[in-house]
Design a protein. Structure first.
Length: 238
């Protein structure tokens, strides 16, 4: 793909062979955010695991201390008390079988997170082929299948994100907006990285974090050194 002049100017500021310390990397990421909109800062982690094996899956959820900068639209599939709790907590879309049928028949996807209660999973399972590929299928490990609907809705709106491996063993997650500034982005970066490190499968062998890259939506990738985080994790475990 042909790159534009602005991208090339941003790329010229990045040493592609260097692993930057997190503060320098985020400063540079903000500097190379040149679009006319508030670009999302993304984090991409390549892990030394094999997602084809069930015992090497890495998946979970974490609340970013400064949120993601997005207005998260929450859909809740629940009945009775669960539905009422969802409404009171601020969920935009609430329903039971009617909502499931609407998603199936109309391909309705006007939401960013789906939360449900355990008693509804037999019905929600019908949505697997639609929600699964989009990363929207409720999952107990991500906290989106829960009896405490109000808490799940509140956390989702506060900046809770789900992380999981793709087929290339890479985790892709937003850590905020360029307008957040360096300090808030560092807090979000470290919170997500530490959560992924803590989720290391016991079956993982060798180097766990193979690479870490951050970038603005329209900006170049910037390699980040994660060695000190791994050493901190190893020290705390011992």
């Amino acid at each position: 793909m042909k790159k534009g002049k602005t991208y090339k100017e941003s790329l010229s500021k990045v040493d592609r062979l260097r692993q930057y310390e997190v503060t320098d990397a985020i400063d540079l990421c903000i500097e190379t955010s040149k679009a006319k909109f508030d670009e999302t800062i993304e984090m991409h982690l390549r892990l030394g695991v094999d997602s084809r094996h069930a015992d090497q899956q890495v998946r979970g959820a974490v609340v970013l201390p400064n949120g993601t900068g997005r207005n998260i639209r929450v859909a809740v599939i629940a009945r009775n008390e669960g539905a009422q709790a969802a409404i009171e907590a601020g969920a935009e879309i609430v329903g039971d079988e009617d909502l499931v049928n609407r998603i199936l028949s109309e391909n309705f996807m006007e939401f960013d997170v789906v939360i449900t209660t355990p008693d509804m999973m037999s019905i929600v399972a019908r949505l697997g082929r639609l929600l699964g590929p989009r990363g929207l299928m409720p999952n107990p490990r991500a906290g989106t299948v829960t009896a405490d609907v109000a808490r799940a809705v509140t956390e989702a709106k506060a900046g809770k994100i789900e992380y999981r491996l793709d087929r290339s063993n890479i985790i892709h997650c937003p850590i905020g907006k360029a307008s957040f500034g360096t300090e808030k982005l560092i807090e979000n970066f470290e919170t997500l990285l530490r959560a992924v490190i803590a989720a290391r499968p016991s079956a993982a062998r060798g180097q766990y974090i193979r690479s870490c890259v951050i970038c603005a939506t329209m900006g170049p990738g910037i390699k980040v050194s994660t060695g000190r985080y791994m050493m901190t994790s190893t020290t705390s475990e011992s």
